[in-house]
Design a protein around this ligand. Sequence first.
Ligand SMILES: [Zn+2]
Length: 445
Amino acid sequence: MIGSGVVLRTRSWTALGQSLGLSLGLLLALLTTASPAALAADCPGRPDALGTSRTLVVDPREHPLIGTMQYRETLPLKDHEVVLTFDDGPIPKYSNQVLQILADECIKATFFIVGNQAKANPEGVRKLVAAGHTVGTHSMDHPLTFDRMPVEKAEAEINGGIEWTKAAMTDPSKLAPFFRIPGLMRAEGVENLLISRGIQVWSADFPADDWRPVSSDRVYQLAIQRLEAKGKGILLLHDIQARTVAALPKIIRDLKAKGYRIVHVVPATADRPATPTTPVEWLLHPPTETTPIARWPRVPNFVFAQIKTLPAPLLADLNAQAEHQPLLPRRTKGQVDVASVLPVPGRDLFAIPEGSVEVLLSTTLSRRAATRLAMAAEKPRPAKDKVAKGKTARLQVKLQGHRTAHAAHGTPKHSAQADSPAPTSTPPKTAAPRPTRVASLKKRA
Ligand SMILES: [Zn+2]
């Protein structure tokens, strides 16, 4: 009924827009900012009613777990769309008041019935159905142990709720395959059981804490604050609480004032196909280009072709020579003692052979000193020789210069050097030692 009303209204707006020659943009603006009064055309005698903006048909098998309080997906609502849900009833005293408030505003909601309440108050279930609300179930006894009870017991609870709710209905086919786990005490086994039976598991997007001992004002504030934070979603309430009855009119008043719209959810049937949606619409906030998320490819789920396990490795495979030998050699006392009996190195081990002066140059003399020495040695050379023999000469100068420096030290720094044979070869004439340079080298060494 509500759905066809929306279609008719949309058509009339379209016709009006065309007749006035309005642009499509202006027409869309008119539709999206349509006041609640426009929707209230479906609410006879209540022009200011909030109304129900549209009916959403869902297929439980396509999206079995909904409600961002616990699941990745939620109902494919547009911004500022709200679904009202009421748990734990019906209890005549409060449920009837909730029914009246909703009727006054032409709001359609979803009720999750407790089997024992349906058994005690079947008339209450029939009233819900007659008023056009969606009716799902909420277990038989409402135990808050679904997360730890055996699946068989959970199944008995689920079946009891369904059985007694159906028994209360004039037409049992009116029962929606929707289930809310008591206290939202979810468990994978329970969810899998419900999914296997084609029952949609409803969590919520936000509660209003109306089962706690808080004021009705607090319930109203929480409902609005949490809705505003998410912008849309499934509101969880209880039609068995006085504070909920007191808060509901204020919640509805604010929904109207803030431009929220009520969506009525019904299950798909053979002659009522699911509302077409895209997978991304089932996310509360679909990813956008401005949302920084990792777009790496997913790790694939490996399917093993064989489940046969590999044989355990043998010790021999790990290079262990004996069965009880540790895998890594242990540090033994004997090995420690070996170090203390190594032969003492001879003194000449530290003697610096003649040929290793170049190494010393690189370590004990600065590059600048060596260059200066080489330049000094090159000065007396004829210009024509410089180019031809430059490289060789520089090397010789370095070698000779350093030998001279060492000789000039008098007492060698390393005592071991005392045993080394004194340089006996005559220095080449091209690089005669110069006492002044030697002195400067000694300072720097
Ligand atoms: Zn409950």
